[in-house]
Design a protein around this ligand. Structure first.
Ligand SMILES: Nc1nc2c(c(=O)[nH]1)N[C@H]1C(S)=C(S)[C@@H](COP(=O)(O)OP(=O)(O)OC[C@H]3O[C@@H](n4cnc5c(=O)[nH]c(N)nc54)[C@H](O)[C@@H]3O)O[C@H]1N2
Ligand SMILES: Nc1nc2c(c(=O)[nH]1)N[C@H]1C(S)=C(S)[C@@H](COP(=O)(O)OP(=O)(O)OC[C@H]3O[C@@H](n4cnc5c(=O)[nH]c(N)nc54)[C@H](O)[C@@H]3O)O[C@H]1N2
Ligand code: SF4
Ligand SMILES: [Mo]
Length: 909
């Protein structure tokens, strides 16, 4: 029987609605939900490829205790006994949960309730500490509560959009599509991007301000002083609804004149003037900020420096205005609602509300103090203060700063429990107990997106093996710890109602987060729940749930502080915690690429998503590359005081001088030395505890490889044991796995090694081989019944290797022709035009070469024309910025210039 549901995308905080269908053969198809307010039917490349990620290959399907597969009773008893023993011997502060913005609100709620209400410790923290905690702290200081005042429609209503530390085009693509559409409809709408590097987002902007890393506070203080000097103060708003303006302005004036500011921020004076003038003159201004702001040792101050400018101009709570913290994970917001951060209690209440929450929960041992924040928590695990930890829906051994120290901490910990959907992750490798969690498509519950919109995630696939949803697992452990009565839930619906009721409990309008109007939803109403924005207090009638009441908050100028006024915060610029020095002269900046999600456990399953950027890379400015002797496409070794890695060099004039961008996605399962988290300084913002992922002093040198190579095999190759391979990276292809390889030591006998790597040890294997000892080249291929099974190519330098995409195509063939066999040994297609390179458009697999040929031969000058000719860019639109760049390149340069570096692929920041 076929199934059709509407659900929500499990990736970014845009929170797009998805229509998922399963046909009679079990095939999954995915489309955008036209009815969802976030996306109105659109999906980005990641959302569109969700169907590629639901397979059961590699899933964790059964509980395991110390490496042995077991049943749930045994595993749950082991978790409960382990936690109980530690609590009895060492107290509740010796245990902890480390959870995730990828849990559903219902999962999150029970985990938080168990730790803070029943185990009685504040030690539950979440990966939102690495992501949103500076925004949370900034909101609390300015508004008295963690509230995002605006909504996505404000992007369409604005006349000026300022994106600060946000690569929106790649990380919040559907919001970016909405901005693009608004700009097309109203060319007067101006876009300013503030980012040290010229990202895809920045390339499209009317004005790009390449701020020196960490200097956003100076920049926004400069803006605040300029707004005052230019007479742009909304005095009636400031007088009636704010406090602290005097001190904030005094601090801002110290940022100096434009010339001084240009020196601190590294931005040209004329560009500063232009930005200040636009901001001053434009009433409808939205300032969107993301990780370039939050992930900083001055993250909270950056947030308040931005909010100050909106308070001074009274631009908040009205259409087209406001500071807008855009959330990363699908349920970053829901996690904050339930109180999943160690320094909040529950339902936007702090620890001073402990008695009230304890009464509601009937909690015997409510925590009265904040617990350990993520980085401190792992240090406490490392030094033995925390002896048992349960990690859910996050992969900290890849995503934490100083990730090798985090690994040492887990290795030394008495009891490590990990709940995950995948069978092999870096974190699971350290787990004593592994619990199989239901994945997206199987789970049931709610998430809240960046604009406070609560949406349902609905199941459309059966839960496989013995996997169980996270809420069930937590509840079963709670029962075994003796708290059955408080965790007597039959379904997420029961949990959601309790969560909604808690938000209204003792509220009386003091907390904006109030969804009391949903506390009595019937099961059928919960199942049919349409996306809606909070607050939804009980006083709102059911009919007005879909109204506009919740779209913008603070419209009446009342804020949830004690005085009812918003607070300016006087902030003083300070640079990043550690400046570069002679040993580590560069700065490591880390972040994301368009088609991968975090530690790649999900997008790494999709061949089309893996094609856009297929290796860990380090992007350098051409002059830095020259200084450090690095060539485009070569391998580099990156060292910081905390760790090292290997990455493919990309040279890009859009990269800030002195700064090196590296993506966060590769992990110990997909690369030998690609975990950038191991290099990141674990210094944190003193208020929020958020790490400085964007700024670590770095040294870079060429990696002297004796040979380079790659292999393609139908089955996933096991490379973790090949210790002499300094560099390997595993890439998912359509019908094969590819591994890129390199090493500093020569291989004695390639023939023997190749047979082992390709699984052709039996003497009668159908084996093709070519060697050129002098050139250092080797090619080997294994065939089974004339079908290509595996092949390996080795050369002294990367350019000596054949094209990957052409070879990948051979795996689609049931039988190799003689010409194909020849080509395999020759290391390239015999007829020309056989290879077109990696795709720019992942939806239709259209490569750069094909697009460039069409631009030249057919004289195409717009992305729409490329779409008509080739289909590229007509589905999800994620590649539209890339298409515009290719058009620009061909309008302004000759082919030879354009080929010098690879601008499309190089824009991977
Ligand atoms: N494709 C994709 N999309 C994602 C994700 C993903 O993994 N992949 N993850 C999601 C999550 S959880 C999050 S949190 C968001 C993150 O979304 P973004 O914050 O947009 O992404 P990042 O690449 O981490 O960083 C954004 C930019 O900050 C810039 N930056 C660095 N230092 C500074 C500075 O000092 N000042 C300023 N102004 N900018 C600076 C970087 O150069 C970078 O371009 O993306 C979400 N969306
Ligand atoms: N260097 C560097 N590091 C960073 C950042 C950066 O910019 N630079 N950004 C930081 C940010 S903003 C974030 S949000 C983090 C993200 O970092 P992580 O949270 O560590 O990354 P994910 O890969 O999303 O990990 C989610 C894990 O949960 C599993 N999972 C998925 N769904 C479920 C489920 O329903 N239940 C359970 N139990 N498991 C599930 C997945 O298989 C995966 O193993 O990374 C942070 N780390
Ligand atoms: S923008 Fe893309 S990744 Fe984000 S929610 Fe929408 S479809 Fe998912
Ligand atoms: Mo995030």
């Amino acid at each position: 029987m076929s199934i059709n549901v509407t659900t929500t995308c499990p990736y970014c905080g845009v929170g797009c609605g998805v229509r998922a269908a399963v046909d009679d053969n079990g095939a999954v198809s995915i489309a955008g939900d036209e009815g969802h307010p976030a996306n109105a039917g659109r999906l980005c490349s990641k959302g569109a490829a969700l169907g590629d990620t639901t397979g059961l290959d590699g899933r964790l399907l059964h509980p395991e205790v110390r490496g042995e597969r077991t049943d749930w009773d045994t595993a749950l008893d082991a978790v409960a006994d382990g936690f109980r023993d530690v609590i009895e011997q060492h107290g509740p502060e010796a245990v902890a949960f480390y959870v995730s913005g990828q849990l559903l609100t219902e999962d999150y709620y029970v985990a938080n309730k168990l730790m803070k209400g029943f185990i009685g410790s504040g030690n539950i923290d979440t990966n939102s500490r690495l992501c949103m905690s500076s925004a949370v702290a900034g909101h609390m200081r300015a508004f008295g509560e963690d509230v995002v005042p605006g909504c996505y429609e404000d992007f369409e209503a604005a006349d000026l959009i300022v994106l600060v530390g946000s690569n929106t085009a790649w990380c919040h693509p559907i919001v970016y599509r909405r901005i693009e559409a608004a700009r097309a409809a109203r060319p007067d709408l101006k876009l300013v991007v503030i980012d040290p590097q010229c990202t895809t987002t920045a390339e499209d902007a009317d004005l790009h301000l390449p701020v020196a890393p960490g200097q956003d506070v100076a920049l926004f203080n400069g803006l605040l002083a300029h707004l005052e000097a230019g007479g742009h103060i909304d005095s009636s708003f400031v007088d009636a609804h704010t406090e602290g303006a005097f001190a904030a302005l005094a601090a801002a004036r110290r940022s100096g004149n434009t010339a001084e500011l240009a020196r601190t921020t590294g931005i040209a004076e004329a560009d500063l003037d232009c930005f200040f003038d636009w901001f001053g003159a434009t009433e409808r201004t939205v300032t969107v900020f993301s990780q370039g702001v939050n992930q900083s040792s001055a993250g909270t101050d950056k947030v308040n420096a931005i909010i100050n400018c909106h308070l001074l101009t009274g631009r908040i709570g009205r259409a087209g205005t406001g500071p807008f913290s855009i959330t990363g994970q699908p349920n970053a917001m829901g996690g904050r609602e339930v109180g999943g951060l160690a320094n909040t209690l529950a339902a936007h209440r702090d620890f001073d509300a402990a008695d009230s929450v304890a009464t509601f929960w009937r909690a015997p041992y409510i925590a009265r103090e904040p617990g350990l924040k993520a980085v401190d928590l792992f240090q406490a695990i490392g030094d033995g203060r925390v002896k048992a930890v349960w990690i859910m829906a996050t992969n900290p051994l890849v995503s934490l700063p100083d990730a090798d120290a985090a690994r040492a901490a887990l290795e030394a910990c008495d009891l490590v429990v990990v709940s995950d959907c995948e069978g092999a992750t870096d974190t699971l490798a350290c787990a004593d107990i592994r619990l199989p969690a239901a994945a997206w498509g199987e789970k049931d519950g709610t998430v809240t997106n960046s604009e406070r919109c609560i949406s349902r995630q609905r199941p459309f696939l059966p839960v496989p093996g013995s996997a169980q949803p996270d809420w069930w697992i937590v509840t079963e452990v709670a029962r075994r710890l003796g708290h059955g009565a408080a965790f007597d839930y039959d379904s997420p619906h029961d949990i959601f109602r309790e969560h909604a009721a808690l938000s209204a409990h003792d509220n009386d309008g003091r907390h904006v987060f109030d969804i009391g109007g949903l506390a009595n939803l019937t099961r059928a109403e919960y199942d049919a729940l349409e996306p809606l924005q909070w607050p939804v207090p009980a006083s709102r009638t059911r009919d007005s749930r879909h109204g506009t009441a919740a779209k913008r908050l603070f419209a009446d100028g009342r804020f949830p502080t004690k005085s009812g006024r918003a607070r300016f915060v006087a902030v003083t610029p300070r640079g990043p915690a550690n400046a570069p020095d002679t040993d580590y002269p560069l700065v490591l900046n880390t972040g994301r690429v368009r088609d991968h999600w975090h530690t790649m456990t999900r997008t790494g399953r999709s061949a089309r998503l893996s094609a856009h950027v297929d290796e860990p890379f380090a992007t350098l400015h051409p002059q830095d590359a020259q200084v450090f002797g690095l060539r485009d496409g070569a391998l580099a070794r990156l060292d910081t005081r905390w760790g090292h890695m290997l990455a493919r060099v990309r040279i890009d004039p859009g990269q800030a001088r002195g700064s090196v961008f590296v993506p966060m996605h590769w992990n110990g399962q997909t690369a030998s030395a690609g975990r950038v988290g191991a290099l990141v300084n674990p210094v944190v913002d003193p208020l929020s505890g958020e790490p400085e992922f964007k700024h670590t002093p770095l040294r870079v040198s060429a990696f002297a490889a004796r040979w380079h190579g790659f292999l393609l095999t139908r089955t996933r190759p096991a490379l973790t044991g090949e210790t002499d391979l300094d560099y390997w990276v595993l890439v998912r292809g359509e019908q094969f796995w590819r591994a890129e390889l390199a090493a500093s030591e020569a291989v004695g006998d390639w023939g023997k090694r190749a047979r082992r790597l390709l699984g052709a040890t039996s003497p009668d294997a159908d084996w093709l081989e070519f060697r050129d000892e002098r050139a250092g080249a080797y090619r080997g291929a294994r065939l089974v019944d004339d079908r290509l099974e595996a092949c390996l190519f080795v050369a002294a330098e990367p350019p000596g290797l054949p094209a990957r995409h052409w070879l990948g195509g051979l795996f689609a063939q049931d039988e190799l022709s003689d010409a194909d066999r020849m080509a395999l040994l020759a290391g390239g297609p015999v007829e020309s035009g056989g290879d077109t390179g990696p795709p720019v458009c992942s939806c239709f697999g259209v490569s750069r070469a094909v697009i460039e040929t069409a631009i030249q031969d057919q004289g195409l000058t717009t992305p729409a024309a490329i779409g008509d000719a080739l289909g590229a860019g007509t589905n999800c639109g994620s590649c539209l910025p890339d298409l515009r760049r290719l058009i620009d390149i061909h309008a302004t340069t000759t082919d030879d210039d354009a080929n010098e570096t690879n601008p499309v692929a190089a824009q991977a920041h």
